[in-house]
Design a protein around this ligand. Sequence first.
Ligand code: ATP
Length: 244
Amino acid sequence: MSSETGNDVVLKLTGVEAGYGRIRALNGIDLEVRRGQIVALLGANGAGKTTTLKTISGLVRASAGTIALDGNDITGMKANEIARLGVVHVPEGRHILRGLSVRENLELGAFTVRDAAVKRERMAEAFRLFPILKARQHQDGSLLSGGEQQMLAIGRALMHGPKVLLLDEPSMGLAPKLVLETLKIVKRLNRDEGTTILLVEQNARLALKLAHYGYVLEGGSIRMKNDAATLRQDASIVQAYLGD
Ligand code: ATP
């Protein structure tokens, strides 16, 4: 079925291997993201979560395996081509450009969009989702608080009109209250806009609360996968990855 029930696969990784020079970071990853879902990618530091996102978005080259978007092979394509196809990566650290206003930062996100009316509609949508960005639209983006910069980074990604959003640790470095707020926004984005999201998040317990499905990475391999609710109940996961 190709609706919001999430039965059709948007993104599919099969046997993906990747690394940095001689360092092998991914040892044959099989992973699926279904339309309309939030899929959480969990694991300890160095497990390969960021590398998985970078390999999907073409920033790191897959040395083996295939990556398919809506059934079409995108393995080996350039990062800008992959972005154009609707795979939009929000990397760790937000990367808001100093010297550009909030509005200009958002406009940058729409570099793949030619139609001015679509751009205007997406900007209005970003402002609806994040009223603070509208209020601060003429201010330098780098002057926003950490949480607001994260909203701007997500808003900028939405300007592309993503088919799949790759979110790398959106709560990184934020105060606990803002962590919760940011993850609520991720949930709303999925529920209200139907955005499909592959989410890397240090806070595994929270991530599994909002995700539909989860994968646990260890040493560059998938150790476990299951419905988020089932993973949350799994005593071994709780012990190994969720703390206390
Ligand atoms: P974290 O939660 O700490 O961000 P992660 O699960 O995202 O970790 P990756 O950043 O994907 O893990 O790293 C996977 C492996 O690849 C690690 O062994 C790491 O040291 C290595 N690695 C990552 N980036 C590079 C790089 N640019 N050059 C060399 N090795 C790297």
